[in-house]
Design a protein around this ligand. Sequence first.
Ligand code: GUN
Length: 312
Amino acid sequence: MSARILDGAAIAQQIRTELRDRVGHFARETGRPPGLGIVLVGDNPGSEIYVRNKLRAAGEAEFRADLERLPATATLEDILALVQHLNASPVHDGVLVQAPLPPGVGAGATQMVFEAIDPAKDVDGLHPLNVGFLVQNRPRLTPGTPTGIIELLDRSAIAISGTRVVVIGRSDIVGKPMALLLMHRNATVTICHSKTRNLAEIAAEADILVAAIGHAAFVRRAFVKPGATVVDVGANRVTDPKTALDLFGAGSPRMAAFERRGSAVVGDVHPEVAEVAGAITPVPGGVGPLTIAMLLSNTLRAAELRRIILRG
Ligand code: GUN
């Protein structure tokens, strides 16, 4: 049996359609569109693609979206100054600094930069104040990827309450907030990571398995309980033809695309998992589009809340 494919792209489109009326209303009432400022430091190829997709989606949804670039040689002070500028800008309701920052900025820089963002404009939900509100189940702005995954499960009629969920990965951006959001929806949540013993065995107890490790095709058939829902957060670039052949199979459309382009983006979940899972998100076209839809949703929410606060 082959798993049901959870079409993240279609659900993201539905969410963007639902935002349209509110975006129009905001623009009519304030004389300007909701505004997003994105900071990109250096030239990480993955970040270039993510940021391009965010800018395109924001433009299509009739938001204002400005890209502020800094070179890889930028200092922490340069980045903090740019964040302060966007914090003070009347036309930007959301501020996002794309991670990862170049290693030269220093250890701990990413957290210092996230902490410098005005919590009311923190559309990534990564400021410690917003993280704290999430921990206490009083969510304000919450991170796009895990929030998008909850939307995907809800809109696909996959029950969360009472289920056993395993999240593989403990990052601040995905793993930790994912576990909190699921726990607040009454799932029983286990977080696994690189030091977890018997990871496959633990994962195989999950009704819902979330893979956010950043390791191509890490999750194999043995990690998955038959019928489980598998959410693949990975977006790993594969350039090795042997790896591509193993994942896609000779003569498949994806192998043909790999041969044309010389690379492909694959998830953290091996394609063989589709033979045992009950439902699965594809890569691309699964979680990625939802992350962007939730960023737009957060930016609009921040804009609406700022308007209420500024009017007094
Ligand atoms: N890098 C990878 N995912 C994200 C994200 O959701 N937000 C930011 N700021 N950087 C990222």
